[in-house]
Write a protein that binds this ligand. Sequence first.
Ligand SMILES: *Cc1c(COP(=O)(O)O)cnc(C)c1O
Length: 418
Amino acid sequence: MSKLEKIREAESRLLLQTYDRNPILFERGEGVHLIDEQGARYLDLLGGIGVNALGYAHPDVVETIARQCKDLIHISNLYYHHWQAELAEKLTTRTGMERVFFSNSGTEAWEGALKLARAHAGLLRGEGREIGTKFLALEHSFHGRTFGSVSTTWKAKYREPFAPGLPGVEFVRFDDVADLRAKFSNEVCAILIEAIQGEGGVRPVSREFFAVARELASSTGALLIADEIQAGMGRTGKWCAYQHYGIQPDVTTLAKQLAGGVPLGAILCTEEAARAIHAGMHGTTFGGGPLACAVACTVIDVIERDGLMENASAVGGYFIAQLDWLAKKHAAIVDVRGKGLMLAAELDSAELAKKVVAEMLKRRILINCTSETVLRMLPPYILKKQHVDEAIRALDEILTEEEAAPAAAGANKGEARG
Ligand SMILES: *Cc1c(COP(=O)(O)O)cnc(C)c1O
């Protein structure tokens, strides 16, 4: 049995069967490449689902981890260490926020943001304002897998096996301003938005929808909460995707790219929202530890020192242009979307999308498929044009081959869409 076969056999006996893994055993990474146990190199356009902003084995990240783990890995939140305040300073000044709470993951940050909204509404009620406890979330949203997060996540497959979820969550049709206005009332304590939906298929909300959400929330004291766990930290060419809209939410959440692969999440909020939280109301054992916070400081410094947001915009713009060219050539590509290095090409069938991901893997290029028909790319910010060319060439080849097999392609259509 090969090393991979042994591991697969053991995992199939030992692990909860939550993942349908690709049969590759990765051992290390360098820059934008992953290397498997046989030494084969893969171009990684998925970056550990957006996490590896600086790619693999970035020297500054390696150096910070080595230094910090000799000094201090963990002390709990009962004492001070060097890095929380420094990181909070960096984050607040770049996002227009005022206060921060650090967690370990995206879903924990989101849970905390939901708790903050409930507590804030309670504070306002205490001050004589009329405001309820409901959340308005968006169709096609994704906010994580813990109870509050999954309750505010659209996909029934993620929610329903665990019902009943958090009470008081209502979904608004994506980008439907009339539906948002109809469902908003002073029963609502927060409107929940991803400026660019990630798992939902790399869909940006319209300026109008975002602006109306801001206006409605402000009219009652409800919080506008922007989930930037996927789109944030410079991926779209700004620190937060909401900055492209010129709209400031009351609360935002970060995680994926925040600490270059070390688990870390953050809730950022205004002074007004933060009034609701007092000592002992919320907390975490691991969150905001010295190791993760030190690495996050390095990630931010490197992004700025090396102009990586500018690179994300430039290479991302080139990627979109190349995908647009491909869409003109191949009718199977029905839409191309994205901002910076958060990119998608939507295909006309789920079956084809699955096939393209598998064919790309055979050519040693990693992408994934989200929302059934959407090919998604979340590459490291150090990506270069030559890597884009490599991916576009492979996609062109695969789609050309698919078109040359008309019987199979015809059979794919229609059934997979609905
Ligand atoms: C990934 C993601 C989450 C959940 O983060 P985890 O670290 O997996 O818990 C929440 N919201 C968005 C937008 C995400 O992309």
